[in-house]
Design a protein around this ligand. Structure first.
Ligand SMILES: Cc1cc2nc3c(=O)[nH]c(=O)nc-3n(C[C@H](O)[C@H](O)[C@H](O)COP(=O)(O)OP(=O)(O)OC[C@H]3O[C@@H](n4cnc5c(N)ncnc54)[C@H](O)[C@@H]3O)c2cc1C
Length: 291
């Protein structure tokens, strides 16, 4: 993962084997994949923007069976890299969009909303986007819980939430977890009007949708909307996620020009234009260890 503020760690970070239960095309750029079965009972929902590493079986189930414990940490990651090319699962970062506990008739379920970017047809889609668009019920995945980037200790009563489409699941999760009396502003940028998937939020939180025009760099309209916005009186807890420039420039604006204290900003670069999934610290360290 790219540069990020202090994270709230989960209780455990064991490998959790899951199965695709179903998929649903929600809109032009959204695919919901519902996971369950397997070891879903091991998963502990924390609310807010809980996210996880997800390992996708692009080389078949053999790669998932060979995943080492702690594949998200340096030594585990080095072992993960020893799984041969073509068998090694692809690792990406995604957000818990919803968790439904087990009932008398069904097991617990996890929804993950994947942005579909690029195109499967012409080969420009990233591996995770391609997988989400084409996966079928019964396929296996593995996840490792990573906890929260939205640190509730920085405040839950007054918030400013800013995201491109990849952060929509996180903003929706945060709004679902905020107290009913919370107030503030959520700015969410999406690639088309049909992708503005409404979500419940406290009455005092205004949700502003920004539809990006074709050809505009993702994140720039949301950043501009933040710069133009009348913000609540400080102190408030700001949360910025999306294409790398959005959280870094947004944080600089809030701290430098709006006078917000640095430790009231939770931020995380979710992806970077022109580069495959941002390298987590363990990946960078592993690359250095091998060079
Ligand atoms: C903590 C965290 C939580 C996240 N949660 C979600 C989530 O819930 N849903 C979600 O959809 N994404 C989420 N993301 C972002 C997601 O991990 C990235 O978009 C990831 O790069 C997608 O992987 P890929 O294999 O499809 O593409 P990659 O192989 O990583 O990239 C291939 C190419 O596609 C480009 N690319 C990657 N993502 C996008 C995009 N969204 N739009 C346009 N071009 C892109 C890259 O710049 C690169 O050129 C999250 C990221 C983090 C760090």
């Amino acid at each position: 993962m790219a540069q990020a503020s202090r994270l709230v760690k989960p209780e455990t970070q064991q490998l959790v084997h899951l199965t695709v239960l179903r998929t649903e095309r929600l809109s032009p750029h959204w695919m919901r994949v519902t996971l369950g079965g397997g070891e879903v009972e091991r998963f502990r929902p924390m609310g807010y923007d809980q996210w996880f590493r997800i390992f996708l079986p692009l080389g078949g189930d053999e790669g998932l069976e060979r995943l080492p414990a702690k594949a998200n940490k340096l030594f585990g990651y080095l072992k993960y890299l020893r799984i041969p090319d073509g068998v090694r699962p692809v690792m990406r970062n995604y957000t818990l969009r919803a968790f439904r506990p087990a009932t008398a008739n069904t097991g617990a379920e996890i929804d993950v909303d994947f942005v579909l970017h690029g195109s499967v047809a012409d080969g420009t889609a990233g591996p995770a986007s391609r997988w989400a668009e084409t996966c079928t019920p019964g396929e296996s995945v593995v996840i490792i819980d990573e906890g929260l980037a939205f640190n509730p200790e920085r405040g839950v009563d007054r918030v400013v939430l800013v995201a491109d489409e990849t952060g929509l699941p996180a903003v929706a999760g945060i709004c679902a977890a905020l107290p009913a009396g919370a107030s503030g502003l959520a700015i969410v940028e999406v690639p088309s009007a049909g992708d503005a998937l409404e979500f419940p939020h406290p009455a005092g939180v205004t949700v502003r949708w920004i539809v990006r025009e074709h050809g505009v760099k993702p994140g720039t309209p949301a950043l501009q909307a933040l710069k133009d916005a009348a913000l609540p009186d400080a102190p408030f807890h700001a949360y910025l996620v999306g294409e790398q420039a959005l959280p870094t420039d947004g944080r600089r604006h809030l701290v430098g020009e709006r006078g917000l204290a640095k430790d009231l900003v939770s931020f995380c670069g979710y992806w970077r234009t022109g580069a495959a999934s941002p390298a987590p610290k363990s990946q960078r360290l592993a690359a250095e260890a091998r060079s």
